[in-house]
Write a protein that binds this ligand. Structure first.
Ligand SMILES: [Cu+2]
Length: 417
């Protein structure tokens, strides 16, 4: 077992087996080695990024690139990605927190022991006013099948087991602990999730007004229900440009008339102006590169794939599921934005959607969870996850993990004559 690093940015191996996150070659990312994360995964996919830490935002990942096998150079995906708020209003109206900019999320970075970062590397983080915290874990984790396909004839089966690069921190805010996890898959998918654990707030066991749940013996100790509205902010930089285009897709299903079959019509709407978007059945969004194309000549894009959410109607900024705003340096937090946008400037993301033409979109994703406590939430509380994915769409001309003997199978299959 290695000794944990005590100097800022230094890394040491955690528990055996050997750390897989060690750089395999100098990364092109322009950050020093101590702030670089680079990982080669199954199939040869390499993810590279730079990390930094802010007491306002927690972990920030910059210059995130994806290099699938067969690509001569890393493909820039994100210029920057981070949490943009965790808004926690209680159902009885007695408390409401902005955990990032109002409750000390960033200062609550937790030390991780090797056992909390299995097979990975724990990096020391310099937290202003706190000191050095061994708080950044980078490791890999198996995710099961990346693909499987049986041959039409014979017994050949193509299959691969996938691995993810995981980058995570744990931040304590009051009684809660939030695991902020960033997951990078060999197939180009990125997952962003926050897991809430720790303890229910012990000062909120008074919900006898019907806005809570009894978690002590019989009808007593009513834990007050509340919501965790988690916001992420993404600055895309697909193929090195921050001028990506946002598109919304909607599919409308028409039941059959008479004996026919149902039909579906999908429409694409280019989002040319700032938008507060609402998730809907068969609706999705993507950010499209304005420069990069894959080898089929298709524009590269990343699709936003929201996870399960409870959209909270209580505040204007929690009412919508995604926001696309014209990027502005002072607009960094979805609510309680602590940066100076000028005298009288609004301080929440909903207000920044005011009709501007979208040239450099900032993407905000809001995933909510209405937490009605249950007996099992004590003690400690089982981790409850909420989050979303970014899925590559036409970034490569085929599955980036296609084995060599199937590489010719791109486009309409040749069925013979
Ligand atoms: Cu909760």
């Amino acid at each position: 077992m290695g000794t944990l690093a005590t100097t800022a940015g230094a890394t040491t191996a955690a528990a055996a087996p050997a750390a897989p996150a060690a750089p395999t070659a100098p990364a092109p990312a322009d950050c020093s080695a101590a702030y670089r994360v680079q990982q080669k995964l199954d199939g040869g996919t390499v993810w590279r990024m730079c990390w930094r830490y802010s007491t306002d935002s927690g972990l920030i990942l910059d210059k995130v690139t994806y290099q699938p096998p067969g690509e001569p150079a890393p493909i820039r995906v994100l210029n920057s990605a981070k949490l943009a708020q965790i808004h926690v209003p209680y159902d009885d109206g007695n408390a409401e927190y902005d955990d990032l900019t109002g409750a000390g999320f960033g200062w609550g970075l937790q030390n991780l022991k090797p056992g909390e970062c299995p097979g990975g590397t724990i990096t020391s983080v310099k937290v202003p006013e706190v000191g050095k915290v061994n708080g950044l874990c980078t490791t890999t984790r198996a995710r099961g099948h990346a693909y499987r396909m049986a041959a039409d004839t014979g017994s050949k089966v193509w299959q691969a087991q996938g691995k993810d690069l995981l980058v995570y921190t744990v931040n304590k805010v009051g009684w809660y602990e939030y695991i902020s996890e960033w997951r990078f898959s060999s197939d180009g998918t990125i997952g962003m999730n926050v897991g809430a654990t720790g303890s229910l707030s012990p000062v909120d066991y008074n919900a006898t007004d019907g806005r809570g749940w009894p978690i002590g013996k019989g009808a007593r100790d009513y834990a007050t229900s509340h919501a965790h509205n988690v916001f992420w902010k993404l600055d895309f930089g697909l193929d090195g440009s921050d001028k990506g285009r946002v598109e919304q897709f909607d599919s409308k299903v028409t039941p059959p008339a008479g004996d026919g079959r149902p039909t579906v019509k999908t429409t694409r709407t280019v989002v040319t102006r700032e938008l507060a978007g609402d998730a809907r059945n068969m609706r999705w969004w993507r950010v499209v590169s304005d420069t990069g194309k894959n080898k089929d000549g298709h524009a590269r894009s990343y699709e936003i794939v929201p996870g399960h959410t409870h959209t909270y109607a209580g505040r204007p900024f929690t009412r919508h599921d995604v926001y696309f705003t014209q990027a502005r340096a002072c607009e960094q937090f979805a609510s309680n934005n602590i940066l100076d946008c000028g005298q009288g400037a609004p301080d929440s993301v909903d207000k920044w959607v005011n009709g501007e033409t979208l040239k450099n979109p900032a993407v905000w994703v809001n995933i909510g969870f209405h937490h009605i406590a249950r007996d099992e939430d004590q003690q400690p509380m089982p981790v409850h996850w909420q989050g979303f994915q970014l899925a590559p769409r036409d970034v490569t001309a085929m599955n980036p993990l296609t084995p060599a003997d199937l590489a010719g199978q791109n486009g309409a299959p040749n069925l013979g004559s």
